[in-house]
Design a protein around this ligand. Structure first.
Ligand code: CP3
Length: 363
């Protein structure tokens, strides 16, 4: 067949060989919708539980070979279109001087939580390679060496300043965020110093993840939406998230701006920056897409608890989600929050196959 030689648009030619995940992050057409799941390496997988039976959570994160092994488990088991480095958002706080532990049955605990402005001023801002995060940077090098030849991109990530501040001040998870909000309202200058320190540490860490081999980044602002109304978000969070996203533009890898509970002011969240909007499960995907503008790629947003439903319900709801955006480039399939530990493994495989089959472009 004779084809007229039309030069590809510059962006298209640059990305002609890149994976469907990276293409979708740029809003380019793909052969089928890419899929990966937040927290895809985790306790729902028997292979993961076997590693954790031998090693603590912090050991797995800080030992590059173990973190690399766990990162690859869901890729090899299910064939996801992207890997996410196995780590957590909280170890950044260790290098700043906080004592973090993951307690079974309780979750993360910080022994010396920030309960005075004095403690905020004592926090350090060391470069990532001088802290426990060096282990994650090395794990990224190992995984990238394994995945580059397979053309599977690796996502690096970090926590957004508010979400980290909430753990640092509350000393762990929280119901109503009363301590972090009380500090924010009563000591605005100290809040500013804390948030600026977190921006410094997280920007450095994310940029070094790209140097180590991450080909995309995701920022997790998991709790700002549950804690804050719009006015507080604009005043106490937006300036810092903006500053952080601005620093991430330089390496030209796509950056996913994920948040949860932020539907009432999603436009203000997306205005902070990032190339891709990562949205939660609380509103239909197309509702979010219309709000933030169809020109911006979007990631999401199946309710993770649907993976516990019978297959007919899971298939119906996944099909409806895909149909609602059918044909529009720039969709990355994901859950609307992290996968739950009690998810049946077979549902994950069926979901991956279903998304592929349903969205495959006709040849
Ligand atoms: O997505 C991945 O596969 C990468 C790994 C990853 C983990 N945590 C591993 C983990 C990622 C991206 C995170 C991010 C994270 N950690 C967030 C943001 C994402 C979100 O869900 O909102 C938050 C808020 C945390 C903090 C955190 N870490 C909590 C609240 C907990 C305990 C709750 C729980 O699920 O047990 C953790 C521990 C944690 N981080 C586990 C895993 C696999 C479980 C640890 C175990 O093996 O016991």
């Amino acid at each position: 067949m004779k084809r007229t030689q039309q030069p590809l648009p510059v962006e298209e030619s640059l990305l002609a060989t890149s994976s469907r995940f990276l293409r979708a992050c740029r809003g380019l057409p793909v052969d089928h919708t890419p899929i990966w799941l937040m927290r895809q390496a985790g306790r729902y997988m028997p292979e993961y539980r076997a590693v954790r039976a031998q090693h603590s959570m912090l050991d797995v994160i800080s030992t590059p070979e173990l973190a690399a092994e766990v990162t690859l488990q869901p890729i090899d088991a299910f064939g996801f279109d992207a890997a996410i480095i196995f780590a957590d958002i909280l170890p950044s706080l260790i290098g700043m001087g906080l004592k973090l532990d993951f307690v079974t049955g309780k979750g993360p605990v910080i022994a010396n939580a920030l309960d005075s402005t004095y403690k905020i001023d004592l926090l350090a801002t060391p470069p990532a390679e001088e802290t426990m995060l060096a282990g994650t940077l090395q794990a990224i090098r190992l995984v990238a060496a394994e995945l580059n030849p397979r053309d599977i991109p690796l996502i690096g990530f970090a926590g957004a300043p508010f979400t980290l501040a909430s753990y640092a001040i509350e000393g762990g998870g929280s119901k109503n965020y009363s301590k972090v909000k009380a500090l924010m309202y009563s000591e605005p200058a100290a809040w500013k110093r804390l948030m600026n320190k977190l921006v410094t540490v997280q920007a450095d860490y994310l940029l070094k993840q790209v140097e180590a081999g991450a080909s995309a980044l995701q920022l997790f602002d998991s709790w700002a939406g549950s804690a804050l109304g719009r006015d507080d978000y604009l005043r106490y969070v937006q300036p810092y998230n903006r500053a952080l996203f601005r620093q991430l533009q330089r390496p030209q890898v796509p950056v996913i701006n994920f948040s949860a509970g932020t539907a009432p002011y999603i436009e203000d969240v997306i205005a902070c920056g990032g190339d891709v909007a990562g949205v939660d499960w609380r509103m239909p995907l197309d509702w979010y897409w219309q709000k933030i503008g169809y020109e911006r790629p979007i990631q999401g947003n199946l309710d993770p608890i649907l993976l516990l439903a019978p297959w007919r319900e899971l298939a119906y709801r996944t099909g409806a989600l895909l149909d609602s955006v059918a044909g529009r480039p720039g969709h990355i399939f994901n859950l609307g929050h992290g996968i739950l530990p009690n998810t049946p493994v077979e549902n994950v495989q069926r979901l991956v196959d279903f998304v592929r089959d349903r969205t495959a472009a006709p040849i």
